[in-house]
Each structure stands twice: as structure tokens, then as C-alpha cells.
Design a protein around this ligand. Structure first.
Ligand SMILES: NC(=O)CC[C@H](N)C(=O)O
Length: 375
């Protein structure tokens, strides 16, 4: 007999389904992601902390789970919602089924609900706070009350929560063709990467460009980083509200003043936006998927990108020493900018996403070029 599960949203919607992960309960902000593959990368992306993800693609778990596709050492999503988990996983790399993987990581998940209805609610009303309960006895009213009691992500500083305690080094490049060992590229640049919830493939793509990387905790003061005399500083992706990361915004201002090459991705982009004086805002339902068209204003190309953000930098509030480099063709929102008087630029989407489109991977080359030119 399957174990029952329930999803309750703050707007009063209730969905009945079956448990496909751990039993228990979880609360968070419910968001939808339109990627057809990459569920394991999504689950282990620290940017999803305190968020419950529903996938719009109906069959999730087809290729099972493996040890290589993890974007961090833990599952960070607060919960998972899917339409259907296939009974058998089939892939040569699969070492565990998705339900077993979720149970082993203690992640509460629900399947068998109408994810199209759920996604329409999230599109119409905006991301909703929600609660999943999985187990033998479920109290609907208690689940609704828990969904409503979740404070929401506005004002929540989660970067320092998911970050590391101590600095560590990273030198692995991308996977070799055997898919289990890594390339070890020659090192040309010393880079300090702030871990606000960094994904491993970002570090791999930096290493692939010749970066010898020291990953540092989110609250590392800029003076400590500058004392390491890096060629460049990287600001990572991460969960929560960028405006709450005052320590990171202050550090970024110091890096800008020092004219050190600077590259930010997603939360890092938002932190750079706040550092130059722009406002950040909460989007209605955000961008979460692997097929988002983005225009590069330098050459007019349209690039397909991976995205995962619920906050954004308000393009109307950028100062005059900023050049907009990328715009979303879904909603016209700001996707990237560069400073005109500093070697600093950033991107809102995920140029490293794997699996996912590689169109925007040239941004890593741009960072390497900035560091080369600064020598
Ligand atoms: N992927 C990220 O870095 C997300 C940034 C931020 N937490 C947001 O939701 O917009």
C-alpha cells in the first residue's frame, strides 16, 4: 500500500497524493521548474534551500540517481512534488532509484498530484508558501496552518547558512570521457570564490579555464581575500534574499573599489547589483527551467539558458556606470550587466548548468580574459 501524502498551499489549495520520499512534513516556498531533466542537479543546488520544487515535466526519476550528478554534498530543496515517478529507473549510471535517494536524504516528496493545476496556481497567484505532509495520519488543517506560518523568503539570509565553515581548495576540471574522473587543467589564475551556495560545476568550469580556486565562507571579509592577492574574485549563486546579504554587498563594494576582476552568477549577480546601488526585488514566480531565451546585447544573439531565481535586480535602478549585457526574452527582466569603469560583470542565469544548454558558457572565458588583461 502506498503511503499517502498531502500538499497544502497558503491560498487554501489542497492536493492529495502519495509519498515518494521520506515520511514526515516540510514547509517552504513552492516554485515550479520546467526542465525536463536534471532533477538530481536541482535537488542538490543549494540555491533551492527552503524551497519546495514542483517539476512540470510529468515523468521524473526515469534515469535514477548517481554519485556524479550532485551539485553539492547535500540535498537542499525543502521538498519535491512530481506527477509520476516511473516504477523502474533505467540508465547505465543509475545506482539508486529517485524514491530511495529521497528517503536516504530524508526529503519529503509527493507524487500523483495534478502538477499542471498546481503550476497554474503558482503562475496566477505567484509562488506560494506550502507544506507537504507524508504519513499514515494527515491533518489537513494543521498542514494549511503550517503553510501559512512559513515566513516566506523575503528578508531571509540563507547564503551564510548553506556556506562552508572553512576555506578549501578546488582544482578539478570537467569530467573526462570515462565520466567518473576529472580533467586537471594547468593553472594560470588565482581565484577566490565566495561560497554563498556554490554549485560544483561552476568550480569545474572555472578550473577548466586555468583557475586555481580557493573557496571561502560567505562572510569572509574582503580584506582577508585581498590579502590572498587573487587575480580575480567570483561571487557564487545561492539561496534566499540578496538584500539580506549585507556582509557580501559590503565585501563586493571593496572589491569594486580595488578594481579586482569580478564575476557573479545568480545570487552573485544580485549582490553585485546591490553593491552598485541598484534595487533587488522579489519576482512573482521567478525563472526556473532550462529553456529560457536570453538576448546578448553585444551581438544580438539569442541564447538558451538555464535559470533558477526568484529575486532579480531591478534594471530601472542601475547607475550610469553600468552597461546592460543580457535581457530575458520571456519577461524583459535584467539578465546580466557589466561595469563600464571596473573589470566586473555578472549574469542572472546559470551558465554552468549541466545538464542544460551551454550557450552562455562563454562567460567563463570572459572572466579569464578580464584576469589576463588585468595583469
Ligand atoms: N540560483 C541563485 O543563485 C538564486 C538567487 C536568489 N536566491 C534568488 O532566488 O533569486
Amino acid at each position: 500500500m502506498p503511503i499517502s501524502a498531502l500538499l497544502a498551499l497558503e491560498d487554501g489549495s489542497v492536493f492529495h497524493g502519495q509519498a515518494v520520499g521520506a515520511t514526515g512534513e516540510t514547509v517552504g516556498e513552492v516554485v515550479f521548474n520546467t526542465a525536463m531533466t536534471g532533477y538530481q542537479e536541482i535537488l542538490t543546488d543549494p540555491s533551492y534551500a527552503r524551497q519546495i520544487v514542483t517539476l512540470t515535466y510529468p515523468h521524473i526519476g526515469n534515469t535514477g540517481c548517481n554519485a556524479e550528478d550532485e551539485e553539492s554534498a547535500a540535498v537542499h530543496t525543502a521538498g519535491l512534488i512530481v506527477r509520476d515517478v516511473p516504477r523502474r529507473a533505467s540508465n547505465w549510471r543509475s545506482s539508486e532509484s529517485l524514491p530511495d535517494y529521497l528517503k536516504r536524504h530524508g526529503i519529503v516528496a509527493i507524487a500523483g498530484i495534478d502538477t499542471r493545476r498546481l503550476t497554474r496556481i503558482l503562475r496566477d497567484k505567484g509562488a506560494q508558501n506550502g507544506c507537504i505532509v507524508a504519513g499514515e495520519s494527515i491533518d489537513v488543517d494543521a498542514a494549511l496552518a503550517k503553510a501559512r506560518a512559513f515566513p516566506g523568503l523575503n528578508g531571509m539570509d540563507l547564503a551564510k547558512v548553506v556556506s562552508v565553515d572553512k576555506p578549501y581548495g578546488w582544482s578539478e576540471g570537467v569530467y573526462n570521457l570515462d565520466s567518473t574522473t576529472f580533467n586537471q587543467p594547468a593553472k594560470r589564475f588565482k581565484v577566490v570564490a565566495y561560497d554563498f551556495g556554490v554549485k560544483r560545476n561552476i568550480l569545474r568550469l572555472l578550473a577548466e579555464r586555468g583557475c586555481e580556486i580557493t573557496v571561502v565562507p560567505a562572510q569572509t571579509p574582503a580584506a582577508d581575500v585581498l590579502a590572498m592577492k587573487p587575480d580575480g574574485v567570483f561571487l557564487s549563486n545561492g539561496p534566499g534574499d540578496p538584500a539580506a546579504c549585507d556582509y557580501a554587498i559590503a565585501a563586493t563594494r571593496e572589491f569594486l573599489a580595488a578594481k579586482i576582476p569580478l564575476f557573479g552568477i545568480c545570487l552573485g549577480h544580485q549582490i553585485m547589483g546591490a553593491a552598485v546601488g541598484a534595487k533587488t526585488l522579489k519576482m512573482k514566480f521567478g525563472h526556473h527551467g532550462a529553456n529560457h531565451p536570453v538576448k546578448d546585447h553585444d551581438d544580438g544573439r539569442v541564447l538558451i539558458t538555464s535559470q533558477n531565481h526568484g529575486f532579480a535586480v531591478d534594471g530601472a535602478t542601475l547607475p550610469s556606470n553600468v552597461r546592460v549585457t543580457h535581457t530575458s526574452l520571456f519577461d524583459g527582466s535584467l539578465q546580466g550587466f557589466a561595469l563600464t569603469d571596473r573589470p566586473a560583470f555578472c549574469f542572472q542565469g546559470h551558465p554552468e548548468a549541466s545538464p542544460g544548454p551551454h550557450d552562455i558558457g562563454y562567460l567563463f572565458d570572459r572572466f579569464a580574459k578580464l584576469m589576463q588583461e588585468a595583469r
